[in-house]
Design a protein around this ligand. Sequence first.
Ligand SMILES: [Zn+2]
Length: 72
Amino acid sequence: MQNNETRTCPICGKTYHDHPALSRTDGRMEICPDCGTRQALEAVGIPAEKQEKILEVIHEKLRENDDKNSCG
Ligand SMILES: [Zn+2]
């Protein structure tokens, strides 16, 4: 019963059910996949407004995949 565990991201405060990402700042804090992506983009020098654009694209894709798989 660990698959649907609800976690709260300590960075953005959002609750999520996906696998957590590890914060790059301390390597142990579990953060939401979105913040994990933001930190990864930040690390390669992508500015904040582009990070949000990229996240939008990722969310779009995830929704498409959900529709295709529809195993929920
Ligand atoms: Zn977050």
